[in-house]
Write a protein that binds this ligand. Structure first.
Ligand code: NAP
Length: 254
């Protein structure tokens, strides 16, 4: 099951899993792009694909999805959908911050408890939670988004330890800038020739699945790993936070 599967990284995960011959359940809000994705995967890869239109900002989304599954077993879960906001924290409404908390933290929490719980009972399953380099330190002007991504990383890493001997693998897939429609819509400016290369969504699933079951979390892309090493190990926390904030200001002309 891929949550947030009609475009960007989620669509890349769904396509990758279809090439592996897996039947799937795909979730997103808009029915039309979701249905197009379903039709494409069915016709190209001859897999069974069910779509569930659902807004993960709803507090009862997990319940809705469980009902729509009609008892179908989920053995692999990719929770990919996220809301983001770039700009001054205080200029965004608290209602939108709360929606971000629901999509990025509370729905993954509910998914893990419900579907992860079922995998644990069977002693078999795998889960990918999407995290981000923005969540590795304070990231001004990405404030709430970064905090939710830090939550996902710690949640996945902690459960990796709790569940590793019970047949359920879980990984926090930590991406850097990736050329998804959502990312391109933010119209970012290139900040420096030293900035890590913007990755393609298709690069992510393959690298992530190679590390699933081996690592609690993994940074996708060698450029991102180098940048993260420099920021986490070679700089003070204060310097890393300042660099991140300064770069975001430049990227988004804030
Ligand atoms: N792109 C990057 O540069 C980047 C970098 C680091 C980490 N990430 C992480 O990678 C993941 C994917 O990012 P992305 O850029 O591909 O875009 P995204 O906007 O997070 O995901 C796009 C997909 O999720 C669905 N979706 C969004 N909100 C939803 C909601 N409330 N309920 C149900 N489905 C929802 C969208 O379809 P609908 O609009 O139809 O709902 C679409 O299929 C996120 O977790 C993000 O934090 C991205």
């Amino acid at each position: 099951m891929v949550a947030g599967a009609s475009e960007g990284i989620g669509a890349a995960f769904a396509t990758y899993l279809a090439t592996e011959g897996l039947d799937m359940v795909l979730i997103a809000r808009r029915l039309e792009p979701l249905q197009q994705m379903v039709d494409k995967l069915k016709s190209r890869y001859h897999v069974e694909v069910t779509c569930i239109p659902c807004d993960l900002a709803n507090a009862n989304a997990t319940q809705q999805i469980e009902e729509a599954l009609h008892g179908k077993e989920i053995n692999l879960l990719v929770y990919n959908a996220a809301l983001s906001y770039i700009g001054p924290f205080i200029e965004n409404s608290v209602e939108y911050h709360e929606q971000m908390a629901q999509v990025n933290m509370l729905s993954p929490l509910n998914f893990l408890h419900t579907f992860g719980g079922k995998m644990l009972a069977k002693g078999r399953g795998a889960i990918v939670l999407m995290a981000s380099l923005a969540g590795f330190q304070g990231s001004g002007f990405f404030t709430m988004y970064a905090a939710t991504k830090a939550y996902n990383r710690v949640l996945a890493e902690s459960l990796w330890y709790e569940w590793k001997n019970n047949g359920v693998d879980i990984i926090a897939c930590c991406a850097g800038a990736t050329a998804t429609p959502n990312f391109k819509n933010t119209l970012p400016e290139k900040i420096s020739i030293f900035a890590p290369r913007v990755q393609l969504p298709e690069e992510i699933p393959n690298e992530c699945f190679k590390k699933l079951g081996k690592r609690p979390s993994y940074i996708i892309g060698s450029g991102n790993r180098v940048a993260s090493f420099l920021m986490q190990k070679m700089m003070s926390r204060k310097m890393a936070i300042t660099l991140m904030g300064d770069n975001t200001k430049k990227m988004y002309r804030l």
